[in-house]
Design a protein around this ligand. Structure first.
Ligand code: NAD
Length: 425
C-alpha cells in the first residue's frame, strides 16, 4: 500500500494530541483542514487548443494568522498531499512562532511540458479562480516544488489587476526588486543547515568532520548543500530527477561534490545534466543510492515518503543525523526505528521552516515598503531558527521525546491556545 501523506500527518498529530490529552473538540478541529477549494483552470495552449488543469488550495488553520503556504506544480499532485502539506504549514508557522496559519496549493501539471506563455496563463488562471480567497490578510501563497519567483510575480500581477491596487504582501518568494526579500531564495536550504549546525554543536560534533548525502538538487537541496559545504562539511552525493530519462539518478563524488559546478549544469527544475556530470568525474548511480551512502548526515530534500521501514535497513550504520529538508520524507512507522538506532532526526516542519520564516519577513518588508539587507534578513532568520530549535531540542531531552514529537507538542499547544482564545472550541 503506498503511503498517504495526509494519513501520515494525521497519525503524527493523533499521537501527540493523545500525549497532550487534548480535548475532543480541539482534536476534531485540528486533524482536518478548515477550508478546501478544488477547481479547474482552463488554459489556452500555444497551439490554440484549451487544456483544463485540476487545482487545489487548502487552508488547514488560520487561528494564528492568515494562512501561508506554497503552491506546487506536479503531475502527481493529489488533494491528500495538499491537505497534509497545509497541516504541516500550520505546525511549521507555530513552531517558529510567526503569526501565520497553514495553507497549501497545487496544480496537477508538468511545467516541463508547458511553454512560458502557458505557465503564465496557468498562474493567472489560478489566481482568477481564487481571487476572493487569497490576499495579504487571508491566505498568502509562495513557491514550492516546480514553482518559482516568476510564477509568483505573474500571480501577484493578476491579483493586483483584479484588486485595482498594489498588494505585494499577497504572495511571497517574488523576485528581488519586485517585492521579494533578499535571502528568500536560499532561506529554506540555509535554515536546514542552521538547525543542523545547532544540533551538531549541541552534540559536540564538528561539522568539518562530517559528510552528507542529499536527495534533491532543487531550491532547498542546492542551498543546503552550498551552506553545508561552505561550513566545511563534505557533500558526497546528490540525487535528482532526470526528465529526459524519466527517472532519478544519484551523482556521487567521494572526495566531495562541487556544488557551484553542479548548479551550473542543472536546469531550472533542479535536474542535473547527466552527460556533463559524467565529464566532470561524477559517478552516476541509481536514484535511491543516496540513501545507502556511508555518510554521517542524510538530507532528504526532494519528496515525501522516502524513508520507510522497507528501506531503513539500507541506511548506513554511520548515519547520525537526518535533516528533513523536504516535507514528510519519513513515514511515521519509521520514526521508532530511527530513534532505536540513536539517529537524531530534525523534523521537517522545524528543519525547513526557514522558507516560511523568510516569507514572513518578506511580507513585513512589503508592508513597510522598506527592504532589509541580505545580512539583516539572514541574521533574523538564524536567530528565529535557533530559538525554535533550542526549544524543541530542550523539550525533547527533558521529556525523553524524539524531536518530531517535541516540535509537535510546542506547535499544537500554540495553535490549540489560539483556537481556544478565539472561542472556536
Ligand atoms: P524543487 O522543485 O526546487 O526541487 C525538487 C528536487 O527534487 C529537484 O532537484 C528534482 O530533480 C528532485 N527530485 C524529484 N523527484 C526525485 C526523485 N525521485 N529522486 C531524487 N530527486 C528527485 O523543490 P524544492 O522547493 O526544493 O522542494 C523540495 C522539498 O522541500 C519539497 O518537499 C517541498 O515541499 C519542501 N519545501 C520547500 C520549500 C521552499 O521554500 N522551496 C520550503 C519548505 C519545504
Amino acid at each position: 500500500m503506498p503511503y498517504n501523506p495526509f494519513e501520515n500527518a494525521q497519525a503524527q498529530f493523533d499521537k501527540v494530541a493523545e500525549l497532550l490529552e487534548l480535548d475532543q473538540g480541539t482534536r476534531d478541529l485540528l486533524r482536518v483542514p478548515m477550508k478546501e477549494f478544488h477547481f479547474t483552470i482552463p488554459v489556452k495552449m500555444d497551439d490554440g487548443t484549451t487544456r483544463v488543469f485540476q487545482a487545489f488550495r487548502i487552508k488547514h488553520n488560520d487561528a494564528r494568522g492568515p494562512a501561508k503556504g506554497g503552491i506546487r506544480f506536479h503531475p502527481h499532485e493529489t488533494s491528500d498531499t495538499v491537505r497534509a502539506l497545509s497541516m504541516w504549514m500550520t505546525w511549521k508557522c507555530a513552531v517558529v512562532d510567526i503569526p501565520l496559519g497553514g495553507g497549501k496549493g497545487g496544480v496537477i501539471c508538468d511545467p516541463h511540458e508547458l511553454s512560458q506563455g502557458e505557465q503564465q496563463r496557468l498562474c493567472r488562471g489560478y489566481i482568477r479562480q481564487l481571487f476572493s480567497q487569497v490576499g495579504p490578510t487571508i491566505d498568502v501563497p509562495a513557491p514550492d516544488v516546480m514553482t518559482n519567483g516568476q510564477h509568483m510575480l505573474w500571480m501577484m500581477d493578476e491579483y493586483e489587476a483584479l484588486a485595482g491596487g498594489r498588494y505585494p504582501g499577497m504572495i511571497t518568494g517574488k523576485p528581488v526588486g519586485m517585492g521579494g526579500s533578499l535571502g528568500r531564495t536560499e532561506a529554506t536550504g540555509y535554515g536546514v543547515i542552521y538547525t543542523l549546525g545547532d544540533l551538531l554543536r549541541a552534540e559536540g560534533i564538528d561539522i568539518k568532520a562530517t559528510t552528507a548525502s542529499i536527495q534533491g538538487f532543487g531550491n532547498v537541496a542546492e542551498y543546503a548543500a552550498r551552506l553545508y559545504s561552505e561550513l566545511g562539511g563534505r557533500v558526497v552525493c546528490v540525487s535528482c530527477w532526470c526528465q529526459a530519462d524519466k527517472k532519478a539518478y544519484t551523482f556521487r563524488k567521494k572526495d566531495g561534490c562541487d556544488i557551484e559546478a553542479l548548479s551550473q549544469i542543472k536546469d531550472s527544475f533542479g535536474s542535473i545534466d547527466k552527460d556533463r556530470a559524467l565529464s566532470l568525474g561524477y559517478e552516476i548511480l541509481p536514484g535511491d543510492a543516496w540513501l545507502s551512502e556511508d555518510v554521517d548526515i542524510l538530507i532528504p530534500a526532494a519528496l515525501e515518503n522516502q524513508i520507510t521501514p522497507a528501506v531503513f535497513p539500507n541506511i548506513s550504520q554511520r548515519v547520525r543525523v537526518i535533516c528533513e529538508g523536504a516535507n514528510g520524507p519519513t513515514t511515521p512507522d519509521c520514526d521508532p526505528l530511527i530513534r532505536e538506532r540513536g539517529i537524531s532526526l530534525i523534523p521537517d516542519f522545524l528543519c525547513n521552516a526557514g522558507g516560511v520564516t523568510c516569507s514572513y519577513f518578506e511580507q513585513v518588508q512589503c508592508n513597510m515598503n522598506y527592504f532589509w539587507s541580505r545580512e539583516e534578513v539572514l541574521d533574523k532568520l538564524n536567530f528565529t531558527m535557533a530559538k525554535a530549535f533550542r526549544a524543541v531540542y530542550e523539550l525533547a531531552k527533558e521529556k525523553d521525546l524524539n524531536m518530531r514529537d517535541a516540535a509537535y507538542v510546542i506547535a499544537i499547544n500554540r495553535v490549540a491556545d489560539a483556537v481556544r482564545l478565539r472561542g472556536w472550541v
